[in-house]
Ligand binder design. Structure first.
Ligand SMILES: Nc1ncnc2c1ncn2[C@@H]1O[C@H](COP(=O)(O)OP(=O)(O)OP(=O)(O)O)[C@@H](O)[C@H]1O
Ligand SMILES: [Mg+2]
Length: 284
């Protein structure tokens, strides 16, 4: 300890260690993001869904997605992880037509869906479960599911039978108000609602957020079951580690760009991904 600080403060060289580490991590991220955008993809015909170099944002002149690329192949579960504010929800919302695509392309089965409104996407087989406010609390479970089928009301009975087979709770408690359900049960209603139109692509935004570990696991299992019925899934997840275990491939987004892409298994053991993204995310 130096005379000057009377031993009350550590030596200057001891202080910067953490700051240095933080700067190194930040430098590492910046360096990585410099190389971002180099995700090699095939043509639109090669994928069920292809978002290529997408630029999008909410406010004119401010881009939140800065050239994001994501592919989905028939039958896959694809995870999107990344820090808060990385643009994960924005990416999902842009795919679902809630935010315009400013640059880049977006195709479903090789056909451009950029600029289509959300209800057109629903008609084309894309389902979406938002991160928040994803059920109508004052409506019953059945009424929530009716809302999901509003574009094809005549299919309600048939779809309700299919969906309540996947989520038995929805059939058993069909007259219960969604607002009376637990967070986990509401997620089931929200997913059930999105499945009423028999989508081929399901977009899920943080379906396990705020749920107890048991319910989180149940949601992951349900997602796998839904996937096994032929629905391809893109899911944003805060429980990154668990999500990477169950998904086929994952995308790490950072500052609106692709930071890492790979199979769930490869991302889980990638030292950079662990250091930069899984450490804090895993605790969430
Ligand atoms: N409706 C909005 N209007 C303007 N800016 C927005 C809006 N929604 C999000 N943003 C901004 O876009 C950026 C990305 O937000 P987004 O919600 O996509 O992040 P995220 O990765 O989903 O984060 P989280 O993990 O917290 O859900 C943030 O800087 C956020 O402030
Ligand atoms: Mg989000």
């Amino acid at each position: 300890m130096s005379e000057e600080n009377g031993g009350l403060r550590p030596e200057p060289e001891e202080i910067p260690v953490e700051a240095e580490e933080a700067a190194a991590v930040q430098g590492h991220r910046e360096e990585l993001l410099e190389r971002a955008g180099a995700v090699e993809v095939g043509g639109p015909g090669d994928y069920l869904l292809l978002a290529k170099d997408m630029v999008a944002g909410y406010v004119p002149g401010v881009n939140i997605l800065n050239g994001c690329t994501l592919t989905l192949t028939e039958g896959e579960v694809v995870a999107i992880i990344g820090p808060n504010g990385a643009g994960k929800s924005t990416l999902i919302k842009t795919i679902f037509g809630l935010i315009p695509v400013r640059e880049g392309s977006l195709t479903l089965r090789g056909v451009s869906i950029a600029g289509l409104a959300a209800h057109n996407l629903v008609e084309r087989g894309v389902g979406y479960v938002p991160q928040t406010r994803n059920v109508f609390p004052s409506l019953t479970i059945e009424e929530n599911l009716q809302m999901g089928a509003f574009l094809r009301p005549r299919t309600f009975g048939e779809r309700f039978a299919v969906v309540s087979e996947l989520f038995p709770l929805l059939g058993k408690r069909r007259r219960a108000k969604a607002g009376s359900l637990s967070g986990g049960e509401r997620q089931m209603v929200a997913m059930g609602r999105a499945l009423m139109m028999d989508p081929s692509v399901l977009l899920l935004d943080e379906p396990t957020a705020g749920l107890s570990p048991i319910y989180q696991e149940e949601v992951f299992q349900r997602v796998k079951e839904v996937n096994s019925t032929g629905v391809s899934v893109i899911m944003v997840e805060q429980n990154a580690r668990r999500c990477l275990q169950i998904c086929d491939r994952g995308y790490v987004l950072d500052q609106g760009r692709n930071a890492y892409t790979g199979t769930g298994r490869d991302l889980l053991k990638d030292p950079n991904v662990i250091e930069l993204y899984l450490g804090t995310l895993a605790k969430a």
